[in-house]
Ligand binder design. Structure first.
Ligand code: G6P
Length: 612
């Protein structure tokens, strides 16, 4: 949700800013801009649209300089247009800032500044912050750094900011609270980014700024303080990064690449954790809290979007294998309803980005109430991974497509490993069953690989139903979250209205929607309750609905009643059932492509949602 880049050093800053913004475009893409200091004189360019629009707009205009900041926006305050785009310059031109997050008390601050003679060009909360900093600087006669610090003490809300002062042109000031900000450390040069991807080809030494911390970067030095003015020793860490992972690698879209990457990403998720020879699972990240997990009275899983769907799938796995009661909640609901949480509850927060504001707030609440909080995150060093008591990384690699695919399957695999790990430790799984489950788990990548060899039926179905205005997705048991995820994928990238429903619930409402024009995607791979799903398919067919079924290879009953059949390889347990999501990811992908939609950057969405 908004991406920030910046640089101070001796290199030409323009390519660093533009290249960095392109990498961060997944975070927001409705408008963008840059500011460069050229011999102390600022130039600011900003436009509505994508980074390519910004590049075209800048064209041959002046862009020399070695200090600069850039921003790609996902609008919160004020519609996406040239004026509301960042960077924002303070009224007297002393400060230029880029901001990710929301200043919640911006309206009050704005009124106070208006009373003191300030005028505003944009509708943004960011311009309020720029003017507040400037007001403190001019009237408090402080340094730029102190002005930023004082201003941050006055704001409520979330921010990751990059600030340039046109009087003090030897420095870049950055700060963060609840929005991510990473400093890249080079040789007499510094980079800033909402994550490390914008500068990874220049340095892999990074400082993850903590909440309420600010850093002042000059060409040779970094100094970090809290906004209360306490000095902090910089903690420089090295990030491992495979550069190929953030390129499309011959695929038309990142989403397609990420769908096809799943055999590898899932192998990476389980690598080093499943010991095939000893038939056991080792999750080192959970060891410090193992007794808490073993004695947990209840597990509460929180997440948003696709991560919440992974949690729902995990509920089936956890309850079946570990026999601990599980509740799954939207983080945004959990945090606002004064939930009953006890010290013997374990809360698992799931998040690809590790930065989702609602999930972070849910973690904070659970910790305050004394629960043990675990994280399942993809982004190493992210806020959620640092705020939780313990956790497991998914290791799916960077996910760039806004619609989550490989992160989902990795999250479910982590939940499966956790459920088996706990189930075995609690003696709830018989040894033969445990071996069978491990065997299934390690074969998931191979199963997906088989499925990806031939996508022709899915492409054909996509072609036939690409113009359908509605879709229904039905599933029972652990296929219900898969149905929800299939419907979400379709909505997100093709803008077709779709609902996911528990198949048996269909008769309590959605069945009224079924006629000869309604495509109904049925995930009919159940072994347990197969007859029941057969009945549900019959109910759809009796109303002349179009059935597109996802079934095990060799299925006869459901296949016979279906208009189109997509087969998946056979599997034996709920862990193997995860593979049924792959055809649904592909179906939404091909429909979106055939409708001419922007698959990787769907309208109105952002990859990392750092606002509530
Ligand atoms: C956004 C993304 C979704 C994602 C959700 C939760 O809405 O577009 O793909 O599932 O946020 O994000 P998280 O990073 O917490 O998994």
């Amino acid at each position: 949700m908004c991406g920030i880049v910046g640089y101070i050093g001796d290199r030409d800053v323009y390519p660093i800013l533009i290249g960095g913004l392109k990498r961060l475009e997944y975070r927001g893409y409705d408008s963008s801009g840059i500011a460069i200091l050229n011999n102390g004189k600022p130039v600011v360019y900003k436009v509505k649209g994508k980074i390519s629009d910004l590049e075209n707009f800048i064209g041959t205009k002046s862009k020399e300089g070695t200090i600069g900041i850039g921003h790609t926006r996902w609008a919160t305050h004020g519609e996406p247009n040239d004026v509301n785009a960042h960077p924002h310059t303070s009224m007297n031109g002393k400060f230029i800032i880029v901001h990710n997050g929301i200043i919640e008390n911006y309206a009050t601050l704005k009124q106070r500044l208006i009373k003191r003679g300030y005028t505003f060009k944009s509708e943004t909360d960011t311009e309020v912050l720029a003017n507040l900093i400037e007001y403190i600087y001019l009237f408090g006669k402080t340094s730029a750094t102190e002005a930023v610090r004082f201003a941050l003490n006055k704001v409520q809300g979330a921010y990751g900011i990059g600030v340039i002062c046109t009087d003090e042109t030897d420095k870049l000031i950055v700060a963060r609270k609840s929005s991510p900000l990473v400093v890249g450390v080079g040789d007499k040069e510094f980079f800033i980014g909402s994550d490390a991807t914008p500068f990874i080809e220049y340095t892999n030494n990074v400082i993850y700024l903590d909440n309420d911390n600010m850093a002042v970067l000059t060409k040779g030095e970094v100094s970090i303080k809290t906004i209360k003015n306490d000095a902090i020793e910089p903690n420089i860490q090295t990030v491992d990064f495979d550069f190929d992972e953030i390129e499309k690698g011959g695929f038309d879209h990142f989403m397609l690449k990420e769908i096809f990457e799943q055999p590898k990403s899932i192998s990476d998720t389980i690598r080093g954790r499943v010991d095939y020879s000893r038939n056991s699972i080792v999750l080192g990240g959970l060891m410090p809290v193992m007794s808490k997990i073993m004695n947990a009275r209840r597990i509460i899983i929180v997440g948003c979007g696709t991560s919440w769907h992974a949690g729902l799938f995990g509920e089936y796995l956890f309850e079946e294998y570990s026999r601990i009661p599980v509740e799954v909640e939207y983080a945004s609901e959990f945090r606002y309803r004064d939930p009953v949480i006890n010290s013997d509850d374990v809360v698992i927060a799931i998040s690809q980005s590790g930065e989702t504001a609602d999930t972070l707030a849910a973690i904070k609440l659970a910790k305050e109430k004394g629960a043990t909080v675990l994280g399942i995150c993809n982004v190493v060093g992210s806020s959620i991974s640092r705020e939780t008591d313990a956790g497991v990384y998914t290791h799916a690699g960077p996910e760039i497509g806004v619609a989550s695919t490989k992160a989902f399957t990795a999250q479910v695999m982590v939940l499966a490993m956790m459920a088996l790990f706990v189930g075995k430790a609690k003696y709830n799984i018989k040894p033969e069953k445990y071996s069978e489950l491990i065997d299934e788990l390690i074969h998931v990548p191979q199963q997906i690989e088989t499925m990806l060899k031939d996508t022709s039926v899915i492409e054909k179905v996509a072609d036939i139903y690409k113009d359908s205005p509605n879709f229904i997705y039905l599933g029972r048991g652990c296929y219900y979250p898969i149905a929800l995820e299939g419907a979400l994928k379709l909505k997100e990238i093709s803008y077709i209205h779709a609902i996911g429903y528990p198949a048996a619930e269909m008769k309590h409402g959605p069945i009224a929607l079924i006629d000869e024009k309604m495509p109904v995607v049925v995930i009919g791979a159940n072994k347990r309750g197969y007859d029941k799903i057969v009945n549900n398919v019959q109910e759809v067919k009796a109303r002349h609905g179009i059935v597109i079924s996802i079934v095990r290879e060799g299925d006869t009953e459901i296949a016979k009643m279906s208009d189109y059949v997509i087969e998946v390889p056979n599997f034996t347990t709920a862990i193997g059932a995860l593979i049924t999501v792959i055809p649904l990811q592909l179906l939404s992908y091909y429909i979106a492509v055939k409708r001419g939609c922007n698959v990787d950057q769907p309208r109105n969405l952002a990859k990392s949602v750092t606002v509530e």
